[in-house]
Design a protein around this ligand. Structure first.
Ligand code: PMP
Length: 459
């Protein structure tokens, strides 16, 4: 029985009513929620008025920080003008069209068309469906297997969680679905052999990929999914030479490359797209998060002619391309996205990342001197430190110590919100962060590290 007393706190009502994503539901009543009430710039504030630097831009998305009035106005204007319309069955609206045209103009490689959806998962799910549809269109119905990597993150729908290479997204959900192949994670620090250079490691992974495609049969393998920098898997920056070598293998066997730019897109890695930072030639690209600076739910899938051509043919044959979401290309979200892209251009967001990115990267690398930090890695305004039990042999802590989670909890108490993936702690602050706020974020994090170090009996 729920009570309806009006004097109950938000925290109490939360425990009674919310099924929380990415949470230990059993422990939630005891841990209790952190109630965030407002944000300004790179900071959010809790009920008690305490400030937190948002070191992960929420969920890697609020690139312009909080309180950007122009986005508020863009949403309000569109709400008044046309709060809802869709793109189904030959209908359209100006903001949806303008956004697709704008994205095509920004695309780092030639792209043909843009499909709008509501989330990163939906954009990637659509890419998977297009792979199937295209294979049927081309009369190669057996060429549908999709390769994704260990530690990949592509979403949480049934199909995208199957591509995601993280145990908690599959365990107990009866995933993955069939037809998903798993390639190695390109994390040099963790998975390179003794003395193996980055180039040699990349060469080995490309060789392993080729062997897998040959073993499966190239006529059965349709596509390879990759984030330029793997985000939720622990901020893994590809080793030197990785993407060109992988791309050469994919080209050899007519395997499409889908680049998931959901985190990397719109300046995060220092160029507009991770595709440019790492020299990738995708056939499809998915975008979300920074597309609207997180202010409205929206995502996009860009496809090249190699994908669009057969898909269009097939829809002509069948009579309809039977796919679309009610909120795909929602006009309010599209208007907010367009204004976000205007702001990125006017304020030269790439120049901003070029200016402050090195402060984050140098600061993270300076933490290598800390006894808990085994590796510091990153590019642009995304990075991570990996906490290890023994720096000499890179031995990890026993998982049950939950060292990463412990450090992140301490950091939160000191006023910086970060995210642990195992014992990697990720940083991806709003792109508008100042040098002073990066320094303050790292100072607060350093205090948390020292405290954890003391508690682990090594201080
Ligand atoms: N791809 C990547 C690289 C992501 O980081 C995420 C979300 N963190 C997704 C896809 C899924 O996006 P969404 O949560 O909007 O479905």
């Amino acid at each position: 029985m729920q009570t309806h007393a009006s004097n109950r706190t938000i925290a109490e009502k939360d425990v009674d009513s919310v099924l929380h994503p990415y949470t230990n539901l059993k422990r939630h009543p005891e841990v209790g929620p952190l109630v965030i009430t407002r944000g300004q710039g790179v900071r959010v504030y809790d009920e008690a008025g305490r400030d937190y630097i948002e070191g992960l831009a929420g969920l890697w998305c609020t690139s312009l920080g909080w309180g950007e009035e122009r986005l508020v106005e863009a949403a309000a204007r569109q709400m008044r003008q046309l709060p809802f319309y869709h793109l189904f069955s030959h209908k359209t609206h100006d903001v949806g069209v303008e956004l697709c045209a704008r994205l095509l103009a920004m695309a780092p490689v030639p792209m043909s068309k843009v499909f709008l959806a509501g989330s990163g998962s939906e954009a990637n799910d659509t890419a998977i469906k297009l792979i199937h549809y295209r294979a049927n269109a081309l009369g190669t119905p057996d060429k549908k297997k999709i390769i994704a990597r260990e530690k990949a993150y592509h979403g949480v729908t049934v199909a995208t969680a199957s591509l995601t290479g993280l145990v908690n997204n599959q365990r107990s959900f009866d995933l993955p679905i069939p037809g998903v192949l798993r390639a190695a994670c390109p994390h040099h620090y963790r998975f390179a052999k003794d003395g193996e250079s980055e180039e040699d490691f990349s060469t080995r992974l490309a060789g392993e990929l080729e062997a897998m495609i040959l073993a499966e049969g190239p006529d059965t393998v349709a596509a390879f999914f990759a984030e330029p920098v793997m985000g939720a898997g622990g901020v893994i920056v590809p080793p030197a030479g990785y993407f060109p070598k992988i791309q050469a293998v994919l080209d050899r066997y007519d395997v499409l490359l889908v680049v998931d730019e959901v985190i990397c897109g719109f300046g995060r890695t220092g160029k507009m797209f991770g595709t440019e930072t790492f020299g990738i030639r995708p056939d499809m690209m998915t975008l979300a998060k920074g597309l609207s600076s997180g202010y409205a739910p929206i995502s996009a899938l860009m496809v090249n002619e190699r994908v669009y051509g057969p898909v269009a043919e097939e829809s002509g044959r069948i009579g309809v391309f039977g796919h679309g979401y009610t909120y795909g290309g929602h006009p309010v979200s599209a208007a907010v996205a367009l204004e976000t892209l205007n702001i990125y251009a006017e304020r030269d967001i790439l120049a901003q990342v070029a200016e402050v990115g090195p402060v984050l990267q140098d600061g993270l690398r300076a933490l290598r001197g800390h006894p808990l930090v085994g590796e510091a890695r990153g590019v642009g305004l995304i990075g991570a430190v990996e906490l290890v039990a023994d720096k000499a042999n890179r031995a990890p802590f026993p998982p049950e110590l939950a060292v990463g989670a412990r450090v992140v909890a301490k950091a939160q108490a000191k006023g910086v919100i970060l995210r642990a993936m195992g014992d990697a702690v990720a940083f991806a602050p709003p792109l508008v962060i100042s040098k002073a706020d990066i320094a303050e974020m790292l100072r607060r994090f350093g205090l948390a590290l020292d405290e954890a170090h003391g508690e682990l009996g090594r201080g």
